[in-house]
Design a binder for this molecule. Structure first.
Ligand SMILES: [Zn+2]
Ligand SMILES: [Zn+2]
Length: 112
């Protein structure tokens, strides 16, 4: 029987929101990481999952709005997966050449 692990009630279970915002578009230069929002009590810390750089801190209640706002700042394009037909939003790219489908997980090379 599976053991249910519970966090002690006085410790907040930190929620983590993985975004597809590339750190490279927010001062990360050559960093290949993406921004991750970690909610610690009532503050959301937006940091890089690769190098740990903190890009932004916002009130936890505003994190979804903050992420949506950042997404509008990033150059993006949409591409249809040739394997499953799912539409993928690609951030940080003005033209889709190759990507990994977020629906089926297969790599697509549109240059072929
Ligand atoms: Zn980074
Ligand atoms: Zn696919």
């Amino acid at each position: 029987m599976a053991k249910i692990i519970r966090y002690p009630e006085n410790v907040d279970d930190p929620s983590i929101i993985q975004t597809i915002l590339p750190h490279a578009d927010f001062g990360g230069e050559d960093c290949c990481g993406c921004l991750t929002a970690t909610i610690i009590t009532d503050t959301a810390v937006l940091s890089c999952n690769e190098c740990g750089f903190v890009v932004k801190m916002v009130p936890a209640a505003d994190i979804h709005r903050a992420i949506a706002q950042l997404e509008t700042q990033v150059e993006s394009t949409t591409a249809i997966c040739p394997h499953c037909g799912a539409e993928n939003t690609l951030l940080g790219m003005s033209e889709a050449l190759a990507f990994t489908c977020r629906n089926c997980g297969r790599g697509a090379d549109l240059t072929k």
